[in-house]
Each structure stands twice: as C-alpha cells, then as structure tokens.
Design a protein around this ligand. Sequence first.
Ligand code: XMP
Length: 512
Amino acid sequence: MHEDKILVLDFGSQYTQLIARRVRENRVYSEIYPYNAPIGKILHFNPRGIILSGGPSSIYDQGAPIPDLKVFELNIPVLGICYGMQLMAHCLGGRVAKARKREYGRAELIINHKADIFDGISKKTTVWMSHGDRIERNPAHFQPIAHTDNSPVAAMANGSRRFYALQFHPEVVHTPQGKKIIRNFVFRICGCKPAWTMKSFIETTTREIQRKTGNKKVVCGISGGVDSTVTAVLVYKAIGRQLTCIFVDNGVLRAGEARKVEETLRKHFHMNIDCVDASERFLKKLKGITDPEKKRKIIGNEFIRVFEEEAKKMQGVEFLAQGTLYPDVIESISFKGPSATIKSHHNVGGLLKRMKLKLIEPLRELFKDEVRILGKDLLIPEEIINRHPFPGPGLAIRIIGEVTQERCDILRKADTIVLDEIKNAGLYTKLWQAFAVLLPVKSVGVMGDERTYENVIAVRAVNSLDGMTADWARIPYEVMGKISNRIINEVRGVNRVVYDISSKPPSTIEWE
Ligand code: XMP
C-alpha cells in the first residue's frame, strides 16, 4: 500500500494530470478521480489532502460540476485551483461573479498575508492565470491572502480548517514558484512524508504480481518500445520464468528491430521469449491495400491472431501482462484524448475473453516519464528507455500507398540513415520522433549521364511533449544535407529527398 496520498478531483482542466505529476515529483503518491467520485470511494483511497482542479465551466453554468460536498467535512486539507477555488467560494458561502475582463496569461501576484501555502514565496511573484470568473466575496472564516490587478481575491485561506484556494495555476511552469506552493500544501499543510519512490513501487508491485499470479503462467506481448519492455522486465523480476514474452515480427518493423529486442530480453535478462516471424503473413494480407485505416485494421487483427496462436501453444497460460499507463485508465472528463483510438489495434479485449485470460497491468498507476525512471531502475538499456515512439502499424503507415517487400526495404534503409545521422548529431534525445516516409510519387533525376525516374523520401522530425501537438524540428542544414546525400547515394531506388515542415495541428505526425 502507498503511504501518504493526495487525491486530485478532476473538473476538466487540461492541467489536471500535471497536478498529479507535480505531487508525485515530491515522492508522494497521487491519483485523479472524476469530480463526482462517490464519497465512499474517496474515503477508501484515504487521502491526506484533496486538490480540486481547474476546469472550463463557470460555477453558475447549468450543470456546472459539483462534487459531493462531504469532501469539505472530512477534516482533511483541501486546495482549490482556479475553478476549484470558485467552487469552494460558491459552496462554502462566498460569492463568485463574472470578471469584467477575462484574465489570461502571466500576472503579478501580491501576497498580502503570510499563510502556510505561501511559506518561502516572495511577496511579489509571477503566476499563470486563466479564468473568466472571480471571487467577489470570500466565504465566512476565509481570509483573502493575495491579489492581482484583476483579482482582488487571487488566493484565500481558512487556516483552521486547512482550506486554501488559488485563482492561478501553481502546477504549470509559467508559475515559477508553483512547485514550492504545491510542496507547501503536500508537506506543510497535509503533513505527507515523501515515501513513494521507484524502489518502493518495485517492491509493492512485484509482491502484488506474485500474489495475483501464484504459480500460474503469464504471457506478455512485447513491441520493443519502452512500455511493453518495462512491463515484461517488472513481471519477470516478480515471477521469473513463469513469464513468456511473445514478439511478433509483422514485416513492417525497422531494420534490425526484431534481433535487437530478442538480444536485449534474452541475453541481457535471460527471459523466455518467443519470437515469431510472421512477416510473410502480414505482407500477404496488406497486398493491394492503400487505405491507412484498412492497413491499421489488418495489422491489428493479424497481430491478435498470431498472438493467440502462440499463446495457445503454451499450455496452461492464465494471465496476460500489458503495459497500460495511467493516462489510459484515468476515468475522467478531461482526457478523452485520441489515445483510446490510436491504440485500438493493441486492444486484446477479445483475446482475453476467448482464451479466458486475466489481465495484469503493473504500470497502470504510472505516467510515461515515471515509466522511464522505473526502466532505468530496472537496468533496462538507455537505448530502449529513450526510444522514440513507434506506431503499432509500423512502417506500413509510412509507406504511402501499397506496402510491398521492395518498398519496405527501401524505407528501412532510408529510415536507418535518418536515425544514424540524427544520433550522430546528438539530436535523438532532443526530438520526439524522427523518421523517413516513402511517397507514392516518382520524380526525374540525373545520375552521371543517365536520366533517372525514381522514388521520393520525405524526412519528418518533430518536437512535442505528448504527441498531441507537435512542431517540425529546425534540424541544422548540415545534418539535413548529410541525410539527403546519404539516402540518395546509398538507397537504390531513391533520387530525391524532401523535408516536411508542417506542424500538428493541422497536419499529423505520421503521414497516414
Ligand atoms: P499522429 O500521426 O496522430 O500521431 O499525429 C501521434 C502519435 O501517435 C503515434 N501513432 C500511432 N501509434 N498506432 C500507434 O501505436 C497507430 O496506429 C498510430 N498512429 C499514430 C505517432 O507515431 C505519434 O507518436
């Protein structure tokens, strides 16, 4: 069990995840529940403090989200942020009104009363605001503790009940002293101890896996990416050779990928690993297909089929381990993002039912950056931990038009060169993704005295924080030059290289 915990109630802010991450950075475990979580569930979680997130609603909107008001009667500290503050004011007897002017962006906060939440914070400090409503009258027993030009009550406190409310967002980087404010809440006000470490996570999770699986067999599908590798290594640490990993070569992997994955898991960790070369099967199914969504479906379905066949060969498997992460499972109003659909091909729901497997998801409490830290603690090579995201349908969605063996080979060679040169230039870990795309057009060129009519490769490199938005990377011209020269000289069948300078939105990162 985790020791001291903080609960974040989500009212729909785009920053809700960030609040939980900020708390966890302080080694205090934190989870996010939807704003209307039943009080019984909250009590069962047993938090030392509750944070009410921001949100897009106005407290006077019809159907504005209101939590079970018993959260204010639990005798535990509460911190309201933005909408969370207005909600506290409204529910505890104050008055909230539309501000004359929407306050958005940086503002100067002036602290007029030293409260615990501002311990160690300078009297004047920059904060990030984003609100249309403001507090006109604070509730009884609350004291205004800070203001800005636009918000006479930019923060308020009821010290004896340990209730605090902030109009601004301490969780974002644009509030430079925000981390300290969150630390004040977590440690000074809630009295949490920083006991949640990766070491403690590994200990409790491996015990949990052992308890759940007993002496039964477990299978785990691995892709070479960080989530599935960390899952496999963690489960292996718990139950050793009761675990078998299945790696499916679908014919649209990067050059050398299958060999690398096998080497790492078998040689480095001595795990049972079943590598299945199903490339011919996949390529046959992809023959003549040009529609991106059809490619995705075919690869997804075929993957499930191969996986099921392999799992059936192993007698008596009862569990399937999967690398689901926290953002995929938060049941909340603010994260109905694209991840559910993007990962649809990994959906093994049907498989679980047909094979009567039970699921274990040891990473379901972690954010991506925490998975990377965990991976390091588990001694997984940096090369895997820092690997760029690679889509499940692989090179198939980077070969525009039909996927054939020949086109896969061309793209694989070009892709290897792109990555080599990006790594040589020290750019790999700075970029979100960098890759090559094979276009379905041919263009004219000259080689020696000969006229050529060959393929075009597009190079894509982007910066991004989460893949939801992205900007094309300003790769130095010299690096672009090297990539282009090498591709044209070394990859037969390519005579032109172009660089993609579109951002997401409105483009996407992948071309299909
Ligand atoms: P887009 O192209 O939508 O991609 O901007 C956002 C991120 O998701 C990855 N991506 C996929 N990942 N299966 C996956 O597992 C898919 O079908 C898929 N399509 C896109 C993409 O590489 C980027 O990181």
